[in-house]
Design a protein around this ligand. Structure first.
Ligand SMILES: O=C(O)CCC(=O)C(=O)O
Ligand SMILES: [Fe+2]
Length: 298
């Protein structure tokens, strides 16, 4: 028996179908138990060249925006300037739109943040070897603005495409405190230092082309890279529709992209506030938000 076949839960039933079709049950359980999961390339249904296209688009966009030459990521040792100006990539290359709208990713995003989940923004991480000025990152939550007490559900999530292999902690990966999404609060100052925190943490190990996704409340940081060459990652945030995107993507995204990618049109969302005209609220925008008040999967 499949409960979703009854169609009695209109918001979660289609999600169950996607989770089954894409083989995501393990990943949903890991998200619930540990607050994060890593989905391998074959499950992401991205073609093998996808990670390479994404990596190249990131590196070439950094070169263009930062006026630097990075060259071959396997041997490059640039300074920290390559990490700057990394936000807002959708219009730079369609590979970023493909990354934002990957159907397997969106099934997990919607599991965490509901059918009305919106795209918050994207940026790159380019991290060179020790000495390049790009080191470690203290433990933190990404769910800024969510006070303690509101931790039963994910309010936002981070879906990161791994664009270079993370074979071991020497590659300078993200690290996670398993289960910390259950605490429902951000880290306190004495909990953040990876060397002294009393919490156990583990490194993210994954092949290029994998996607790591975490409940935004899951505590994470990163360790320095001692391997040669660069670690390259595309970070994307998604959130519930009551959160604020980093940009009004519904109003600023190219119409031709919205037309070509229906899922992009859906995830740029229809933020309700601020009202364009406070005296005449747009009822089509308010209605879905009211629905999320009755169902976490709406
Ligand atoms: O992987 C890392 O270096 C940590 C990045 C981070 O904190 C994030 O993407 O939210
Ligand atoms: Fe973070």
């Amino acid at each position: 028996m499949n409960i979703s076949d009854y169609g009695t839960s209109p918001h979660v039933d289609p999600l169950m179908a996607d989770i089954e079709a894409y083989g995501l049950f393990k990943h949903v359980v890991e998200l619930e138990a540990y607050g994060m999961t890593v989905v391998p390339p074959e499950t992401m249904r991205s073609n093998p060249a996808f990670a390479e296209r994404l990596r190249e688009a990131i590196l070439r966009t950094s070169e263009k925006r930062n006026g630097v030459v990075i060259g071959d990521y396997r041997t490059a040792a640039p300074g920290p300037e390559v990490a700057a100006n990394g936000w807002d990539l959708l219009e730079e290359d369609e590979v970023f739109v493909e990354a934002a709208t990957n159907p397997v990713q969106l099934a997990l995003v919607r599991w965490l943040c509901g059918q009305s989940a919106i795209f918050g923004g994207n940026t790159w991480l380019i991290k060179g070897p020790t000495g390049s000025g790009m080191g470690s990152l203290n433990l933190h939550s990404d769910a800024h603005g969510i006070p303690p007490g509101a931790g039963q559900i994910a309010h936002m999530c981070n879906a990161s495409w791994i664009c270079t292999d993370y074979n071991s902690a020497e590659d300078g990966p993200t690290v996670f405190v398993p289960g910390s999404h259950k605490y429902g609060r951000a880290t306190l100052p004495h909990e953040t230092d990876l060397a002294t925190t009393p919490f156990k943490w583990f490194p993210l190990i994954a092949k290029a082309g994998s996607m790591a996704i975490w409940n935004g409340a899951t505590w994470h940081g990163s360790v320095p890279r001692s391997s040669p060459g660069l670690r390259v990652t595309l970070v994307q945030t998604f959130s519930r529709s009551y959160m604020r995107p980093m940009k009004m993507y519904d109003r600023t995204t190219s119409p031709q992209l919205l037309q070509k990618y229906p899922e992009l049109d859906r995830i740029v969302g229809k933020p309700v506030y601020p009202y364009e005209n406070p005296q005449a609220p747009d009822r089509d925008r308010v209605a879905p938000l009211i629905k999320t008040g009755t169902d976490q999967f709406a």
